[in-house]
Design a binder for this molecule. Sequence first.
Ligand SMILES: [Zn+2]
Ligand SMILES: [Zn+2]
Length: 242
Amino acid sequence: MALVYNWLNILQSVLFRQTCRLCLAPTGTQDVALCAACQDELPWLPRTCSGCAVPLPADSTASRCARCQQSPPHLDRCQALFAYRAPVDRWIQEAKFRQDLTATRLLGALLAQRVAAPESRPANLLPVPLHRDRLRTRGYNQALEIARPLVRKGYVLAPNLCRKRRATAAQSDLPADRRRRNVRGAFSVTRPVPGECFLLVDDVLTTGATLNELACTLKRAGAQRVEAWVIARTIERNFGDG
Ligand SMILES: [Zn+2]
Ligand SMILES: [Zn+2]
């Protein structure tokens, strides 16, 4: 997959001028397949809760939502680029289920634009792992492909550090109260990680239960700090369990 991805990059930059995925205007850059005007129109999230990336009320001065204040998450920080809305939701589906490498590459490039270089090094980059059965059916982990451009910023990819040891029902199919139970104990780490820092990456954040379970597993293994960046967060009227 990595090889295909790199060749596709090179081929595209040599043979084609990059055009905007939405309006077909030239982008003027090889990095992101969107023009500046279309980028401005994307459903960027405003100020969000540092624990679960839910948008905070405009008049709020708190850094965390009421739910995260009440029961603090294991994640030290959680950020999302977009609300899970058009056209981002479509790109995520294309990256995930249709093996659309141009969608994967676009999402990775948008993420790399926003994520700062690590404050301390080494900083482990940990795409949320898929269970091996799902990996076999899908052929690749979309979270890994989206995270890949962050390596150029100084993050160290740690794809084999953590395993998803049992298949879990899709979080989106479950009511909020069952989501935490569904992922409890789902991950294991292959070595102790005393004092290490982690950046988790995933495509969609629905409840935060998966990211938090992973953060909990890493902290039990000794991790000092665990942050997360996701492409998009689902925003519901009732925020469920965060
Ligand atoms: Zn455009
Ligand atoms: Zn929160």
